[in-house]
Write a protein that binds this ligand. Sequence first.
Ligand SMILES: [Zn+2]
Length: 72
Amino acid sequence: MSQVSRDEYDREGDLRNGYDYELQVWVLGYKVQECGHLSSDVPDCCTAARFAGQDIRILRSQLVHIALEGMS
Ligand SMILES: [Zn+2]
């Protein structure tokens, strides 16, 4: 993971603007951006398509719970 980026995090360490490498989505003002794939008729073509418009902070906290439940 040596990719150079200009990701912007807030004081809490939440991604405000930039790319979330874990979820593989672009974030602008905490909002997940649409993927921009051409196959927009496929509703769930990727993570970004599924989560577009959602708040990355809420999303991440939900995913952490899901991930923790999935383990064990
Ligand atoms: Zn997509």
